[in-house]
Design a protein around this ligand. Structure first.
Ligand code: ZN
Ligand code: ZN
Length: 68
């Protein structure tokens, strides 16, 4: 898995706000935001991130359940 610089052609333009909600996805390998329909980076083949940091608390879901 490596960047082949294909992602540059799909590079998403910054709108200055929430890039994820603007149908933009981030590739951790290429370290770039791209506008791409698929779940996988067309460049390196790595899975794209579609959500902001919230996914980090995925494992620690207990803390959310305790809240009423
Ligand atoms: Zn790339
Ligand atoms: Zn990539």
């Amino acid at each position: 898995m490596a960047c082949k610089e294909i992602c540059i052609f799909h590079k998403a333009k910054s709108n200055g706000k929430d890039r994820y909600s603007n149908n933009q996805k981030r590739c951790q390998i290429c370290e770039i935001f791209i506008k791409w329909e698929g779940l996988w980076c067309p460049c390196c083949g790595y899975m794209l991130r579609t959500h902001p940091r919230n996914s980090k608390s995925h494992k620690k879901s207990n803390s959310l359940k305790n809240r009423h």
